[in-house]
Write a protein that binds this ligand. Sequence first.
Ligand SMILES: Nc1ncnc2c1ncn2[C@@H]1O[C@H](COP(=O)(O)OP(=O)(O)OP(=O)(O)O)[C@@H](O)[C@H]1O
Length: 446
Amino acid sequence: MASGKSAGATMRVLLVDDDTTLRGALAQSFELAGIEVEPHADPQGALATIDADFAGMVVTDIRMPGMDGTELFRRIAAIDADIPVILMTGHGDVPMAVAALKQGAFDFVAKPFAADHLIASAQRALEMRRLVLENRRLRLAAEEAQGAYPLIGETPVMMRLRDMVRQVAQADVDVLIEGETGTGKELVALLLHRWSARRTRPFVAVDCAALPETIAEGELFGQAHGRTPGRIMAANRGTLFLDEVDSMALALQGRMLRVVEEREVRAIGAEERQMLDLRIVAAAKSDLAGAVAEGRFRADLLYRLDAVRLRVPPLRERRADVPLLFAHFLREAAERFGREVPMIDADVEARLLSHDWPGNVREVRNYAGRVALGLPGEGSGVGSDGSLSLPERVERFEGATIRAALEEGGGDVRAALVTLGIPRKTFYDKIQRHGIDLNAYRQGRG
Ligand SMILES: Nc1ncnc2c1ncn2[C@@H]1O[C@H](COP(=O)(O)OP(=O)(O)OP(=O)(O)O)[C@@H](O)[C@H]1O
């Protein structure tokens, strides 16, 4: 049923057309078909009622003063790309509508059309939307039931941190997270989102250290006439996570300041600005005040980001959590590789207790992965490829591919990132997991 219920909300059609007569006639047709309809003469007004939970679909005319239908479609897609939009085209607008279809518009109807034809298409769109919302709801419920993304730790510092994350999450303020590499800053950022009222909206992570090598400026801020609205816009109504903000190039900090300060974004090459409803969470490895003193970071940007500060302690300040974390990651890795959870031997136990874990939780996770595969040391203990399971062979292949990329680029990380097409953080994660020493490649020893 197109007019059925989804997550408690009645599904509806937003009908956007500046032509009073056509709007009235179509609204009546929808009502007669038993479909709830909300007519709008002004695209801006229609846009204001849409968010990522919007239970319905949009039918819009292409030619309207102020904002045309394809622009409206692009803005809706920036809020949620899964909101179906049907375009009504006049004579000569068909190529525009076809271009919009390629960008993901649901359908178009060419004027003059029979109302029944439009209604049938709208009914399919409503059904599709209902399924998307239902799937999202189920996925979130399943994640919550499984306690997905646990912030593990029973030491007093971690218990305190967990409480603070819960409290701060609900306050909808910007947050600055400080901590060494691999301590769990991104996990904390994700939990600030998951435990907030924005949890059903997007969480968009941007690795500032990798800008603009892996994400071009246009991709981040949007391009005036581009096909994509930009990553920042995609976070609208949700949470924007600026990871490694301390490594952001100075040239980008000015542009980012506008986003943080004014909650608006101007796409590259565009005149007008678009308003944003964002929560911004930033993470930094180093002391940002020091970066300001050294002239690497804008003081005004730090001031804006620093509404609430959370510190994620390094593992050496919560050593008692190491066995707990290790056990969790060992179970997780064994499951991933389709293996039994191995018994921990004396060597492993000694390492858990004595090692300093400079790579923090990520290092524990990678070590647990090696133990799960029976390779706690580097490169020992496995037979020929033939005796390995598929996940293990994939793992080996991945290691070999990364080594080859590093060899090719003489240990240059940027070059390797481009060759491998993976984010920087994932890359560091993987080289640590595979026990790859970057310096060996830099010295040309392969
Ligand atoms: N307390 C924790 N409980 C469970 N998993 C954790 C915990 N802390 C970190 N992790 C896991 O360890 C890995 C590294 O954490 P994360 O990526 O959040 O660190 P980070 O501080 O953002 O690292 P970087 O400084 O390199 O960006 C992730 O897989 C994360 O889920």
